[in-house]
Design a protein around this ligand. Sequence first.
Ligand SMILES: [Zn+2]
Length: 375
Amino acid sequence: MYNHIFVCPMCNWQSNPNITLLRCQECNNPLQIKYILNTNSSKIFSYLKNISVMSPISDLSKYISLGEGNTPTIRLNNIFADLNISLNAKLEFLNPTGSFKDRGSSMMLSMLKQMGVENIVEDSSGNAGGSISAYSSRAGINAHIFVPKSAPKPKVDQIKIYGAKTHSIDGTRDETTSAAEKFVKEKGFVYASHNLNPYFLEGTKITGYEIYDYFKNDMPDHIVIPVGNGSLYIGIWKAFRELQDSGLSLKFPKLHAIQTENVMPIVSSFTGNKWNTSYAKPTIAGGIAVSKPPRIFEIMKVIKDSKGTATSINESEISEYQIELAQKEGIYCEPTCATSFAAIPKLVEGNVISPGEKVLIPITGFGLKDTAPNM
Ligand SMILES: [Zn+2]
């Protein structure tokens, strides 16, 4: 008996939970979780003392955790001292494998364990692969991770050391996904795609609950997030909506989606400019190098509902702000996350962020996991 169903966010098609079902059978959009019963998750998220978190986990003995979540929020007073904004960072790189993806992996692997799954397949260019490899080893589940040959060595090494079988594909990110899907069909294993699996989103969602728990009646005016597949972006907004539905009155921040100019389907959709996958170029921001985001409908809806924006950053700005953040604040973030910092002066200049407003940036991943910038 589950406390939730699967629902299509685009056409509202519904189904009972089924681990092999990743897309709507009517319109092909990836699915989300909708709760039909309120279950008490206070034992799992005990640090959120006054908030009831909606969670799909019913068997606490199958809860797979490495101590993820409950990350600190700190003030950043130096990097934009001249801009007259109140800047805060939530240190998501302090999760067990060095990125926010651990939140999604914990929830997804807990549900896979609960459903008796023994073998999974995933494709990733880095952070999600390392994270799913770690949580699979913790769960005693065999993981096959497909990676493009171009993935940074530290990230591939991390996938390997946790024990996942790594399949290196000599091709693009999209070809790596195709190879993983073919392998799933051949072997009959479960495709535990972090882009598509609705439980992964339920894990990244917890970030939003923590943001509310920290700021409460003094929520940020803006949250600035690098967006590739959008699991953090969509997840944070889902948390805010669930908190509102539970009867809390909260001030919604505007959620801004940041991309690199080299891969910018979301920004193009927001600005109405033509863009297709053939325009994609290599980028140092590997975490957001997603030319065809499966959840683009949901991402665009969050931009609209939160009154957010979408902004693109060029490659040299990414390295520049990665170094700037390290030298002004002592934080070594991955290039993907440096896009959020590079976006701040643009958002201020464009009057999207006004003087005196409060801004939050989740630092999504640790710089040590990637190739260092030229200095
Ligand atoms: Zn649908």
